[in-house]
Design a protein around this ligand. Structure first.
Ligand SMILES: CC(C)(COP(=O)(O)OP(=O)(O)OC[C@H]1O[C@@H](n2cnc3c(N)ncnc32)[C@H](O)[C@@H]1OP(=O)(O)O)[C@@H](O)C(=O)NCCC(=O)NCCS
Length: 355
């Protein structure tokens, strides 16, 4: 079976740089608090009425296609990972297909939040290995800033997240090429829904309060409908993401090293063998704690959360681009991509960089 390689990467971040000081103008927070707790100095926010999750993803996709030397005619499948889709439905995959003018290929949306890129990569890898597709466009994009609570009440969530997009083209490796030993070695995925609501946005939604009495909407006056979104939810401001920060932190510092070690051991490697760890940029303290626990050299871990914040599904492709810009992603490098996020989900992909 052919192995899968990342043949091209593209990224797009909106032009609006929002510093921590900018946020102090709308909520009670400080640059010192945000930097100390998260490592974030600034993030990008989408240009209102202009950028969307799909449009940003499409810009990243154009660059990835150009770098992989493929055109829209070559793309035979689209995968789009996001938790902030333009529409509740249809998904961003078909909107990207329309904007890019790609022929009528399949388009799959992935909803695994911070692990979205790794989950999407694993799906693409299966399709490439079986020979079903030859050029898969994978886009990961987020527009958090349109839907966060920027009052002091929402500050523990809204200071963390930023907007941006990354895209990659996945191709089979030609077994006779000099890159034959490269590509994706394995991917490891996990989920544990027992604490799904600890990092979640449940409203608007079709849950009808089934999992938590306090989330039960009032009985509608009409016999059908009226449970997806209600005036009461909007009046109560119960339409924003929720995060129990300390609980998320505790889970992440355990799950990150676990899934990383699983990917390494499955392939007969140990942490010192790694040339590069490209982790989901959740929080600088989580990344540092993981690196220390694994005994990695500090310069073997890619960090760009200081510039972009947490862009959820997009952090890993954005960090891959940072690694390329820093000259750290070279042919033959043993690279580990890893994520932990809402769900809770986690994932790791071990690969040998193939170009
Ligand atoms: C969110 C996080 C930064 C909060 O840091 P923390 O040290 O756990 O802080 P707490 O939530 O315990 O809150 C401590 C205090 O800071 C306050 N606070 C929260 N957000 C604040 C902000 N943006 N600015 C200033 N103060 C803030 C709280 O209100 C609380 O005040 P109190 O002590 O008067 O009640 C931290 O929990 C974290 O990083 N969690 C993981 C989040 C994450 O990685 N999410 C993405 C997962 S993919």
């Amino acid at each position: 079976m052919p192995k899968t390689k990342i043949a091209g990467i593209g990224m797009y971040v909106p032009k609006n740089v929002v510093t921590n000081d900018d946020l102090t103008r709308v909520m009670d927070t400080s640059d010192e608090w945000i930097q100390e707790r998260t490592g974030i100095k600034e993030r990008r926010f989408a240009t209102r009425f202009e950028d969307t999750t799909t449009t940003m993803g499409v810009e990243a996709a154009k660059i990835a296609m150009q770098r992989a030397a493929v055109t829209t005619d070559d793309i035979d499948f689209i995968i789009f990972a996001t938790l902030s889709p333009d529409y509740y439905f249809p998904g961003c995959g078909v909107l990207a297909q329309r904007l890019l003018g790609i022929k009528e290929v399949g388009a799959l949306d992935i909803r695994d939040q911070c692990s979205g890129f790794i989950y999407a990569l694993s799906v693409a890898d299966q399709f490439i290995k079986t020979g079903m597709y030859k050029n898969i466009l994978l886009i990961a994009s987020e527009t958090h800033s349109y839907g966060l609570d920027f009052s002091t009440r929402g500050r523990n969530v809204s200071v963390i997240f930023g907007d941006g997009a990354g895209a990659v083209i996945l191709q089979p490796i030609d077994s006779s090429s000099s890159s034959a030993s490269g590509g994706i070695l394995s991917t490891h995925l996990h989920s544990d829904g027992s604490d799904a609501e600890l990092l979640s946005m449940v409203n608007p939604g079709f849950h009808a309060g089934r999992f938590a009495p306090e989330k039960k909407p009032p009985e509608p006056s009409q016999p059908y409908g009226g449970l997806f979104i209600t005036k009461e939810l909007i009046e109560k401001d119960d339409i924003y993401p929720y995060m129990d920060g300390p609980a998320v932190f505790k889970k992440a510092v355990v799950k990150f090293p676990e899934v990383i070690m699983e990917a390494l051991t499955a392939n007969g490697y140990q942490p010192p063998d790694l040339n590069l760890l490209i982790p989901h940029q959740a929080n600088l303290r989580i990344i540092n704690a993981t690196g220390e626990r694994l005994g990695l050299r500090p310069d073997a871990t890619i960090i760009n959360i200081d510039r972009y914040g947490n862009t959820t599904a997009a952090t890993i492709p954005l960090a891959m681009q940072t690694a390329i810009d820093q000259g750290k992603l070279n042919k033959g490098s043993l690279v580990l991509l890893a994520s932990v996020g809402a769900g809770f989900t986690s994932g790791a992909t071990l690969l040998r960089w193939a170009y």
